[in-house]
Design a protein. Sequence first.
Length: 383
Amino acid sequence: MVLESTVICVDNSDWMRNGDFIPNRLQAQQEAVNVICRLKQSQNAENSVGLLSLADCQTIVTLTSEINKVMGALYKLEPDGHINFHTGLSIARLMLKHRQNKNQRMRVITFIASPVDNDVKDLVRLAKKLKKEKVNVDVVSFGENVDNQDKLQSFVEALNGKDGSQSHLVTVPAGTMLADVLMQSPMFVGDDGQPLASSRAGYELGFDPSDDPELAMALRVSMEEQRQRHEDETQRVQLASLNESLPQQPVAAVDTTSAPMDTNESGLARVEGTALPSAVVADGDSPQELDSMTEDEQLAMAVHMSLHAGLQDMETDDVADGEPSASQGVDTAPEPQENSEFDDLAENREFLEEALGDIEGVNPQNALNILDKMSGKKENKKP
């Protein structure tokens, strides 16, 4: 296997807070660096990895074979400031120049997710210097591909020259898994010259889990989290589309200007837990046809009609006995004066007999007798 020293330059600028990569650019970069470090160690136990931040151009971890030390320092980085691509690569070149094992090949892997402000001529000049010292550079561009494409392409072409192919530019589109794209890129090839992703396609995770159980566990956890987020997003989109496709049901308006419901009626409706249907209308209106009503509406209508008839009987008895009805409540005010209009109407027997005769099923003579009794009891109550 190849014996190599690798300096990983990470982007820790303010642009890393963006969420166009899952869950954001910074965490996607951390996962990709973790995969790179584990793969480097699995390729050769003597490989060394260093860590450098591009925003402040600081050496976070010098070249070491302790991968956990590199990852521990990486997770402590916070997004802040702007990157300096030219200065960061210059420092990485010096780190590789002072490596302990001179037999190790030199490579820089740099992540770029924010605009590169350096001039193209300066980058080309730096690329030629790196090529002269046999330093290969892999550039991973994600997030700001349009702005940086021309500069980074010119930089990599100057590194490779006419016949070289050891340096690579990998452009990762938004919304993809950064680590998965890198595994399938020319950055990682096996002894046969094929990408490691294809040479290890027989394994679920792209490599033998027994070679690195910790890496296998980390990848499984990451894949499970990604699957769960994808399912949640799919369900949210499906529910939103379903709500848009369903027709909006009109809400029946409640007529608050009509006569209020009796106290007993409203209480029964609350006890039963079912509002009275629209088929039950005020006296004198025609109810809805029973065939077009549901069973619940028919039951509620029957209860309403039965209660209404009972209340009428109670009111008739209360009036005959001189007691207030339940719908009228207890009235502590003085008795009202005699209603002269009612007396005049009661004395006009011909008009009453003619009006009651038009009502089907009503005996006018019996109705007039009841009216006489009611009038007689009212007169007896007068002081």
